[in-house]
Design a protein around this ligand. Sequence first.
Ligand code: DO4
Ligand code: MG
Length: 275
Amino acid sequence: MKLYLTSGGYYIQEQSRFFRGKDDWDELLNRDDLHDYLTSALDPLASTDGPAKNDLVAPVATGQEVWAAGVTYYRSRDARMEESKSAGGGDFYDRVYSAERPELFFKATARRVVGPNDRVSIRDDASWSVPEPELTLVITRSGKIVGYTIGNDMSSRDIEGENPLYLPQAKVYDRSCAIGPCILVPPVPLPPSTEIRLEILRDGKAHFSGSTKLSELKRDPLQLIHYLYRNNSFPGGCLLLTGTGVVPPDSFTLQRGDEIRISIPPIGTLINTVG
Ligand code: DO4
Ligand code: MG
């Protein structure tokens, strides 16, 4: 089952049929029994046309915070060690990759998040910008994973590479995060064979593509949540980007006009342009 949010309300997709949801969106995303609840809620509803592509907004609740995990894939550890070598920060990434405590950082408030087909941003003071395609967990206030979506953790690699203490500036700015196109609410967790693909188009032509699999994720999502929710409450629930396993080569930087496509097959494709 999938949930799509528009400015006029939300839709539930069950196979090829769509239904208009009636519940409060923020409360819905905090139901620990979300899959079963949606299954029973469909019964009295009449099916309808699906949402128009241009009406979709990021499937985020107003009270939700957006957090991210880092250095959860070997590829990310490698790239970060390389970019911060001359600043002497490389060792930290190696250590966090194998430490019991994961790297977790605050990524965005709902206001800084853009939805599908919208514009993400690169910082004016950055010279090396990349998208980070990440499986994103939809977590209730009580810490249960009830769904999955796609996240783009836009990052300024030169700023983070100059000094790891600049991480918040490299990661958090207006339009630095895209989420969507929908929330997948499956009856069971996604399998390790799940693919995460990144494609970047420049002038309408393929410029970069890469992929990874969930089996490459070093951390158990439940362990990430266990650390995130330690002494930290989320009354509105939370979204957690689980880290990137796809990093373009060092010669690559995003340009305005690039199209970023992130696909996770059971969920869909999140498409944004750089503006
Ligand atoms: O350590 C810095 C950020 C890492 C990150 O965002 C990632 O691995 O996805
Ligand atoms: Mg990331």
